[in-house]
Design a protein around this ligand. Structure first.
Ligand code: SF4
Ligand code: F3S
Ligand code: FES
Length: 243
């Protein structure tokens, strides 16, 4: 039987390095022969190896865990390492995620923004009691632990931020990623912050009342987090506080 010919992919990449004096944004197109099971991670490495060693993009885990390979894939935020070329047309356009600081080409600085968000929302357990290291931690109901684990699957990839219209208009909006973190700590019985404390953090237009239910966040989240229901839960909770 005759072998089916591999498709020829035309990969267009928005190239621009703000750190190179005089550099201008431009689209550069590369032609790559598709291979079985090929991901955009493989494509970009191929381009870097065979066409242009200066191409910038980020990868660490290659398994959808580290969140560093997020980019716009045909205009939609997604993870390059989890995107099979076979799911796309032969003409593919790659661009850096908007909103975040651009390092160069497809490489962006999500870590800096996420660190700022974590500091702002104090995303750690606030326990007022002194820790006795000889004391065993109180058991948590398995259902509760499961719920927390579900929200802890966020990989801080920034796709929900790039897919949210609100944050493009209000740069201080904490986004679905921030509200998901608040929902996570709100669920945790070890966190002794009160409803009032949480209200202080996200009970305004930069928080839960800024969300215009545009739904892009949940649509593009590569971890399929239940962002909508968590935002709605927080909003109900804060409205019921009568403020
Ligand atoms: Fe990425 Fe989803 Fe976390 Fe947003 S909530 S940063 S899309 S994993
Ligand atoms: Fe943005 Fe998601 Fe709300 S896209 S406006 S955070 S529902
Ligand atoms: Fe880690 Fe893609 S390389 S999520």
């Amino acid at each position: 039987m005759e072998n089916e010919k591999n498709r020829l992919l035309k990969i267009s990449i928005l190239r621009y390095d703000p750190h190179v004096k005089g550099d201008k944004p431009r689209i550069v197109t590369y032609e790559i022969e598709e291979a079985p099971g090929m991901t955009l991670f493989i494509v970009l490495n191929d381009i870097r190896e065979h066409y242009d060693a200066s191409l910038k993009f980020d990868f660490v885990c290659r398994a959808g865990i580290c969140g560093s390979c997020s980019m716009l894939i045909n205009g939609r935020p997604g993870l390059a390492c989890r995107t099979l070329t076979s799911k796309l047309d032969t003409e593919i356009l790659l661009a850096p995620l908007p909103f975040f600081e651009l390092i160069g080409d497809l490489s962006i600085y999500t870590g800096k923004w996420m660190r700022g968000l974590n500091e702002r929302l104090e995303t750690w357990i606030h326990d007022n009691e002194e820790i006795d290291i000889n004391q065993l931690e109180e058991r948590m109901e398995p259902e509760r632990a499961e719920e927390i684990y579900e929200l802890d699957r966020c990989i801080e990839c920034g796709c929900c931020v790039a897919g949210c219209g609100t944050i493009q208009m209000n740069n201080d909006f904490v986004g679905a990623v921030g509200l998901n973190k608040i929902a996570r700590y709100r669920l945790d019985p070890r966190d002794k912050r009160t409803d009032e404390d949480y209200y202080e953090l996200v009970g305004d237009e930069d928080g839960v009342f800024g969300c215009m239910t545009l739904l892009g966040c949940e649509d593009v989240c590569p971890k399929d987090l239940p962002l909508q229901s968590k935002i709605a839960y927080l909003r109900r909770k804060m409205v019921s506080m009568g403020k």
